[in-house]
Design a protein around this ligand. Structure first.
Ligand SMILES: C[S@@+](CC[C@H](N)C(=O)[O-])C[C@H]1O[C@@H](n2cnc3c(N)ncnc32)[C@H](O)[C@@H]1O
Length: 236
């Protein structure tokens, strides 16, 4: 993969629009960090975390995590070279590392693994889930956030346009399938809404290239409401 994810304007728009989603994800992580597991132990370890973002793009979510949580190290997986370079210069921590593929990430290297709107670009959900298991520390957790692409009318329309305009190939993973595959791989799975109180998107008009129109208020609301966070706990 070379160049931008969309194009220069599209990538800037994505970064701006995703800030409220990243903040919602961090709020959930902070809440979970203070929640006990069924055995009474904290759901996430009470120490500085080694953090990994899969599909980190230019590092926006990692930058917020760096500001808002206790961080031991920051890493990202990003196929786009320009994303990895920008993320590295944004974070410039001595302990930061950016990889082109998930396979390059060392075993048991993350307490906290995040991924926002990337899983729909991954074909092999089974092997991806196995990779999460390999990378996560046993006391850690993975917070994977995704729109409900299989159940959302706007998305079902957009995905063809995104393929035609940008060559994006997307894969539909039904939420119940993600939960089942995670459980089958030995994870204790949780399902949360990303936005507990659904609100309409800031985007009411179509972005560049005209692919992202909502056709009704219900559809716009549904797009936010159906954003989920799948939490994978390796051992609880
Ligand atoms: C929709 S963007 C989301 C970017 C970022 N997570 C955010 O919240 O703004 C998807 C990102 O995943 C990257 N990506 C695509 N395929 C990937 C894969 N197999 N593994 C990791 N990242 C991937 C893309 O290059 C892009 O930066």
């Amino acid at each position: 993969m070379n160049g931008y994810f969309f194009d220069q304007a599209g990538d800037q728009r994505m970064e701006k629009q995703n800030i409220e989603n990243w903040l919602a994800l961090i709020r959930l992580i902070q809440k979970e960090a203070h929640t006990k597991d069924p055995q009474g132990k904290p759901s996430l370890p009470d120490k500085a975390w080694d953090i990994l973002d899969i599909g980190c793009h230019t590092g926006g979510l990692l930058n917020l995590l760096n500001l808002m949580t206790r961080v031991a190290s920051i890493s990202g997986v990003e196929p786009l070279q320009y994303g990895r370079v920008k993320a590295q210069s944004l974070l410039h921590k001595s302990k930061s590392n950016f990889f082109e593929t998930i396979q390059e990430v060392p075993d048991q290297s993350a307490h906290l693994l995040v991924s926002h709107e990337t899983l729909y670009l991954v074909n092999d959900l089974y092997n991806w889930t196995k990779e999460l298991k390999r990378i996560l520390r046993p006391d850690g957790g993975a917070f994977i956030s995704l729109g409900s692409h299989s159940e959302n009318t706007a998305w079902l329309r957009w995905r063809n346009q995104l393929k035609n305009l940008y060559g994006h190939i997307s894969y539909v993973h039904r939420p119940i399938e993600i939960l089942g595959i995670g459980t089958g791989a030995g994870f204790d799975m949780e399902l949360h809404r990303l936005h507990p109180e659904p609100h309409t998107s800031m985007r009411f008009s179509s972005p560049e290239n005209g692919w992202g129109e909502f056709l009704s208020a219900q559809e716009a609301l549904g797009f936010q409401k159906q954003k989920y966070v799948f939490v994978f706990y390796p051992k609880r």
